[in-house]
Write a protein that binds this ligand. Structure first.
Ligand code: HEC
Ligand code: HEC
Length: 343
């Protein structure tokens, strides 16, 4: 009898312990459902690479986000990274070229930063190997922030909030190391992989309508050859190509980097993810709409000496061109642009 009661007490203890554990388990799960982690990898996407001297942490991400949206980065505190890379346009701009400080005009169109964490090199001639290094470009650029990272560090060190965040994130003063790494951390979280097209790929066959589906088949066909350059998960093979936009280019493209004649007017193949949100198009933002782009490919482009032979007249009908545009718009990721993490 005594034995049994002890056993019962023991049972009760086990029950209480397991209930408490069960409850905390539930609370944790609930918490993780409510608070979206700063680094969300969409279904079917690989992990993002973080360099060993800049592993991901929430503190680094918070600091990077604050810097990304802060005009303090420009010499006269008038514009931020987000002035040209706006969340509502998938971190691109809706102007052909975006003005820098004092309304100075830039020469190239601001590209989307969606999925930059996966890019093997940056800028349209591919001259910058890491996101950390790329941060220095707009800070220094005469037509963008026209500042320098050392003076910027001094400016930021006067701000108690930044000083504290730098300590928390990297355990050091706010300096060029911290600024470049924190912004790069934030950029690596800009992953877009929840468009209607992704839902289709992940098994929801009813997401695309008839027109979008026939556009998809055209896009992936031998006839259009779009995927010879815009293939893979990000709709780019990251190569440098000339797609016959002009007979004579004012921008010499990859030649600027290599000095080689065969690289004249070659530009990095852009990702087509969110292309429905990132008009105008091409390196100089000269094309206003997706139908203008499709018309360009349908004509086969201008015969520039370096034009890829993959770009040839296509003979698409009006309906086929419309379908191609409808398909490209299924790559627009509204969950990504409306994500509360960027607020
Ligand atoms: C005045 C507008 C402007 C501002 C401000 C600006 N950018 Fe850009 N950004 C551009 C343009 C234009 C390009 C394309 C330049 C090129 O390819 O030569 C670009 C390219 C990039 C790229 C390369 C993307 C790719 O596909 O290769 C990254 C990354 C980037 N910017 C991040 C930033 C960050 C971070 C900041 C703030 C520190 C910033 N930008 C501020 C206009 C701007
Ligand atoms: C030979 C490689 C190649 C082929 C084939 C190709 N493209 Fe492109 N595409 C490029 C390059 C390079 C650019 C950027 C050119 C520039 O910046 O001036 C580009 C730009 C674009 C853009 C503008 C993206 C932006 O953000 O500015 C769209 C849209 C596009 N291509 C769609 C297509 C479609 C649709 C097809 C098939 C009909 C296709 N491309 C075939 C290489 C190619």
């Amino acid at each position: 009898m005594r034995f049994t009661s002890i056993r019962c007490v023991f049972c009760l203890q086990v029950l209480i312990v397991s209930m408490v554990m069960g409850l905390t388990g539930c609370t944790k799960e609930y918490a993780s459902m409510k608070v979206k982690s700063p680094l969300e990898i969409p279904m079917g996407f690989p992990e993002v690479f973080f360099p060993t001297d800049n592993e991901f942490s929430r503190e680094r991400w918070e600091l990077g986000k604050m810097l990304f949206f802060d005009p303090v980065l420009s010499r006269d505190s008038s514009i931020s990274c987000a002035s040209c890379h706006k969340p509502e346009f998938a971190f691109a701009d809706n102007r052909s070229t975006s003005p820098g400080i004092e309304n100075r005009s830039g020469k190239r169109n601001s590209p989307s930063l969606a999925n930059v964490g996966y890019f093997p090199y940056l800028l349209r001639e591919g001259g910058v190997p890491t996101l950390e290094m790329q941060v220095l470009v707009p800070i220094d650029e005469h037509n963008e922030f026209d500042f320098n990272i050392v003076d910027l560090s001094v400016k930021l060190a006067h701000n108690a909030k930044y000083a504290q965040l730098a300590k928390e994130a990297y355990n050091r003063e706010i300096d060029p190391f911290v600024i470049t790494r924190a912004i790069a951390t934030f950029e690596r979280s800009l992953i877009s992989g929840t468009s209607p097209y992704d839902k289709f790929v992940n098994g929801d066959q009813n997401v695309l309508n008839r027109e979008e589906n026939s556009g998809r088949m055209l896009f992936f066909s031998e006839r259009t050859k779009c995927t010879s350059c815009h293939g893979g998960m990000l709709f780019t093979d990251h190569s440098f190509q000339n797609n016959g936009l002009y007979l004579n280019y004012t921008d010499s493209g990859r030649l600027r980097l290599t000095g080689e004649g065969q690289d004249r007017a070659l530009f990095k193949v852009p990702s087509l993810r969110n292309v429905g949100l990132t008009a105008p198009y091409m390196h100089d933002g000269k094309m206003e709409s997706l139908i203008a782009v499709v018309n360009h490919y349908n004509r086969g482009g201008y015969d520039h000496v370096n034009k890829s032979e993959l770009v040839q007249p296509l003979g698409l009908s009006f309906e086929e061109k419309k379908a191609l545009v409808a398909f490209l718009k299924t790559l627009s990721d509204f969950e990504f642009i409306n994500d509360k993490r960027w607020d």
